[in-house]
Design a protein around this ligand. Sequence first.
Ligand code: CP
Ligand code: NVA
Length: 308
Amino acid sequence: MANTPRHFLDLTEMPVEELRNMLALSSRMKKTLKANEPAKKPLEGKVLAMIFDKPSTRTRVSFDVGMRQLGGEAIMLTGTEMQLGRGETIADTARVLSRYVDAIMIRILSHEALLELAAHATVPVINGLTRRSHPCQVMADVMTFEEHRGSIEGRTVAWTGDDNNVLASWAHAAERFKFRLNVATPPQLSPGKQMKDFIRATKADIHLGHDPEAAVTGADCVVTDTWVSMGDKDGEHRHNLLKPYQVNSKLMSLAKPEAIFMHCLPAHRGEEVTDEVIDGPQSVVFDEAENRLHAQKGILAWCFGERA
Ligand code: CP
Ligand code: NVA
C-alpha cells in the first residue's frame, strides 16, 4: 500500500513545524539561487500537472519556473481544454493524472473539487487558490514579512477589505504562526460562520470588526486585496461598500512607522490601494510576488519529502 501523498491544501492541515520546515527550505534555496551557487535538483525527472480553471499570472509562472529550477518540469492544463470541461469527474481526473505525473497543482473555485481531487489522487495535490483559501500566497507573505521585519510571532497584521480566500489563509496563518490579525470589512462583506467557528475553536488572536482605522492602528503590516475576487459579481454597490476600506497614505499613517504594506496582486490601483502606497517606501509587494517562486519551491520540495 502506497504512503498517503503529502498534499498542500490548507495551512490548518499541517503542524507549524512542517510549515516552518517548508519556509526554511524556501529560504535556503533562495539564498543558493541569489548567490549563483550550484543548486541541488531534488525534483529531477518529476512532472507537475498545473490545472487552471481560472486566470493566473504569478501562480502559473512561479510554479513553472520553480519546477524547472528544482530539476523537474510542469504541464499547463486548463479546465475548459480538459475533459473535465465536458463532464469527466474530478475523481477520475485525479486517478488518471496520478498515473502520468508526480504532483498536481490546481486553481479552481470549488474548494470541494480540490478536496475531491486530493482524495482520489495518489500523488501530492497543491491548492493554487480556491474560493475558500490561497495558502501558497500566504506562505510567501509570511516569508516576506520575516525577511523584512523578523519573526511574525506576536506581531500585528491588519486586513482591510472584504472577506475572501486570501483573508482566510491569513487567518489560518495567524493561528499557526501565532500573530494577531485585525480584520476590518464592511458589515455586508464580513467573514461568515466558518471563520467565526474557526476563531472560536482555535482561540486564535483574530479580531473581526468594521473600522479600518481601528484595525490598522499600531499594526506591523497592512494587507489588502482586490475588491472583486474571481467568482464575485462586480458592481457599484460592492465598490461603494468598500471605498472606506482603501489603503491610502492617511490610513497607512496609523500603522507603526516601520509597518510594511502587502498585497497578493493583481492590484486595482485607485480602488483598494492608492499608487502612493503601493509604490511607496513601505510597500513590499514585488518582493512578495517574487517570494511566490521561492515559497512554492519549498512547498514542492516538502511534498516530495525534502527536509530543511
Ligand atoms: N497572487 C496570485 O495568486 O496571482 P495570480 O492570480 O496572478 O496567480
Ligand atoms: N482574492 C483574489 C486573489 C487573486 C490572487 C481572487 O480570488 O481573485
